[in-house]
Design a protein around this ligand. Structure first.
Ligand code: NAD
Length: 307
């Protein structure tokens, strides 16, 4: 039997814990954490993400600021907007929605972010702190994956983990986090050989490649825990579109011990961790102890292989 890891439920628990902390901050210190999200261009998926983030930020009792810039915005103008927001004491966290239009270099944007306000954890200092065991800000998606893994497995020490994908926003920080948790970590990517065999050795698989259903049943070690980060929009023969992950979910059922669904797994956790990071940076900027979040053990929802 395979447990379905309920990312939606877990994200709801995190958001409500964040909202409680925010309530106490406002009551005891008159402090309302503020998050500014900058969107450059009109990417339809990004527009949905940004709207969703703003709604959930407000639901958690925080201030939400929305900055919309046209797709042709020059890089220098975006950097000026970032600079203005960074000087605003009501703004504790800043997120620049990815992807950015081609005239803007993500690296230049990350370098311009004040690490203390960088809720995505992409600025060079936060990247370095993650890799050297410091207390920076951890990127939201890997942080959400780690919450789910620890909730599912408890102590991860000594487990073999395979991270599929080596992007700066998911794969690399995920691998660094798992290493910090004392896993034996392998990172695989588009040039890796014998991917299936690498995967079959792993107790934990985090798939972040953006290739629909790349991971098949015979790639999975029986009893492994699978975190599927992939979001792939596919069109069925009847013309309807739906989202699927990087793992063949139906095939994994009955082989893996536990797996995240797509949608409803990692996605909601990313936004919940963004709110958690915003709360953390607001506390740090005011020398207030930042909260630790621990989750209760999961409700066991299990499913066997269909058919
Ligand atoms: P990316 O395109 O930046 O990186 C993809 C990585 O996968 C690269 O390192 C590449 O080497 C590797 N790769 C590609 N094809 C491969 C193959 N056939 N075999 C092995 N490795 C291969 O992507 P990303 O930004 O890291 O995102 C990965 C996926 O995760 C995408 O589907 C994205 O939509 C999704 N994502 C989801 C969330 C979320 O909140 N759920 C957040 C970020 C990204």
């Amino acid at each position: 039997m395979t447990s379905i890891i309920d990312g939606k439920r877990c994200a709801t628990l995190i958001r409500s814990a964040v909202a409680q902390h925010v309530g106490r901050l406002r009551e005891n210190y008159g402090l309302r954490p503020g998050l500014a999200v900058i969107l450059v261009g009109e990417n339809p998926a990004s527009q949905i993400y940004v709207r969703n983030k703003a709604r959930l930020t407000e639901e958690a009792g925080m201030l939400s600021l929305d900055e919309r810039l046209p797709a042709h915005t020059p890089q220098i103008q975006l950097l000026e907007v970032i600079d203005r927001l960074q000087r605003d004491p009501a703004v504790h966290g800043i997120l620049v929605q990815l992807p950015l239009p081609p005239q803007i270099s993500p690296e230049a944007v990350f370098a311009a972010l004040n690490p203390a306000k960088d809720v995505d954890g992409f600025s060079p200092l936060n990247v370095g702190l993650l890799h050297t065991g410091g207390h920076g800000i951890v990127p939201c998606t890997p942080l959400g994956c780690l919450f789910l893994l620890k909730q599912q497995l408890g102590d991860l020490t000594g487990l073999r983990a395979l991270v599929l994908g080596r992007s700066n926003i998911v794969g690399k920080p995920m691998a660094a986090l798992l290493l910090r948790e004392n896993c034996t970590v392998t990172i695989a990517h588009s040039h890796s050989r014998e991917l299936a065999a690498e995967c079959r050795r792993a107790d934990i698989v985090v798939a972040a490649v953006g290739r629909p259903q790349l991971v098949k049943a015979d790639w999975i070690k029986p009893g492994a825990t699978i975190i599927d980060v992939g979001i792939n929009r596919i069109t069925s023969p009847d013309g309807k579109t739906r989202l699927i992950g990087d793992v063949d979910f139906a095939q994994a059922l009955g082989v893996a011990a536990a797996i995240t669904p797509v949608p409803g797994g990692v996605g909601p956790m990313t936004v919940a961790c963004l709110l958690f990071n915003t709360l953390t940076v607001a506390c740090r900027q005011h020398d207030i102890p930042a909260p630790e979040l621990t989750l209760p053990p999961p409700d066991r929802e299990t499913s066997s292989r269909p058919g």
